[in-house]
Design a binder for this molecule. Sequence first.
Ligand SMILES: Cc1cc2nc3c(=O)[nH]c(=O)nc-3n(C[C@H](O)[C@H](O)[C@H](O)COP(=O)(O)OP(=O)(O)OC[C@H]3O[C@@H](n4cnc5c(N)ncnc54)[C@H](O)[C@@H]3O)c2cc1C
Length: 379
Amino acid sequence: MIDFTLTDEQEALRDLVREFATREIAPVAPKLDEEQRHGEEIVEKYFEIGFLHYAVPEEYGGAGLGTLEGCLFNEEVGAACGGVACTLGGNTLGLTPLFIAGSDELKKELLPPHTEGPNLAAFCLTEAGAGSDAGSMRTTARLEGDEYVINGTKGFITNGSVASLYSVFAMEDPDAGNRGFSAFMVPAGTPGIKIGKKEDKMGQRTSDTREVSFEEVRIPARYRLGEGLDGFKIAMMTLDESRATVGAAAVGIARAALEVATKYAKERVQFGKPIAGHQAIQFMLADMAMKVNAGRHLCWHAAWLKDTGKGNTMESAMAKCFCGDIAMEVTTNAVQVLGGYGYMKDYPVEKYMRDAKLHQIYEGTNEIQRLVIARGLLG
Ligand SMILES: Cc1cc2nc3c(=O)[nH]c(=O)nc-3n(C[C@H](O)[C@H](O)[C@H](O)COP(=O)(O)OP(=O)(O)OC[C@H]3O[C@@H](n4cnc5c(N)ncnc54)[C@H](O)[C@@H]3O)c2cc1C
């Protein structure tokens, strides 16, 4: 039986986030974008209405909601501002290795203090020389007595300077490549953590992106995640979980662009009629609507697989890849529908287009997603 009906509770929660995003995020997004600020006041308010830690299990202080709910929320926040969706989503991304591979004791130690406030987490995998090829990372972890000592520099870290908790991937056995690194939780404020300058970005400027360096950073050995699970596995399982919700944020950006383009096409008159009366514009809008819907369904399916305990590696890669690509296409066409006005900052579509681009790059580029999908197909 196929049923696309959301439960009353899911609809109510989605409507709450939509209302919040429309009231609190969309109006300030252009200014935050201009100032390149992540908007801690939004994070605080999102925490106050109970959504910041939606994915943290209830027993550790969160709302215990699933990936499908994450998709619903991310689409709404993404429609208001892609960068804010990145900031808020970065929190869940940073915590997911702990959900997946942390012991009950470690979750009890680290999660309740995190969920008590408007705290953000960050996921630290990428390095200057290790992007798509995570196994070539240079950050190391060595065990000394009952502590691990971490050294190295992570790059492009979302929430880098504002996180209170980092999940960090570091090499324990460099000879083992992908199988040689492990995952650790590192509280911000641990001596030896250095934050780099804020990256000056094309889009999603309302998220904080930094280098984060670890210089002889000492953490208790129990902060290493995963009994019998290597860091690569934990990182890949984390990304399987997050890619559906990241795809949903891209759907949100595309949906917002479609809405602006549709409204504009009905109002803008050329050659004596609204441009919506020209078939070329109608076809563009029709294609945009088709892709937004298709993207949403891919995300929901990948989320449903996850929430019902089924494997979703290939489907979440499809959701992330397709939605990143259609967000880029739909926002580009929205600029086209608005003509020269679309190119100006007076309308939001140029920001949507800049924000959409990142969806083809982070959480694994879309080339890497295609490799994952091909691997799923070919075995
Ligand atoms: C704003 C922003 C925020 C980010 N946030 C985070 C974060 O919070 N945490 C984190 O860990 N990382 C984060 N990243 C890093 C992001 O995940 C990486 O940028 C991404 O994985 C690609 O790595 P790279 O930039 O080194 O590109 P590269 O890996 O150098 O790739 C360059 C190009 O080569 C292609 N390519 C590489 N290998 C292959 C291959 N085998 N086959 C085909 N094509 C290939 C890529 O697809 C790409 O087009 C962020 C990045 C940005 C820009």
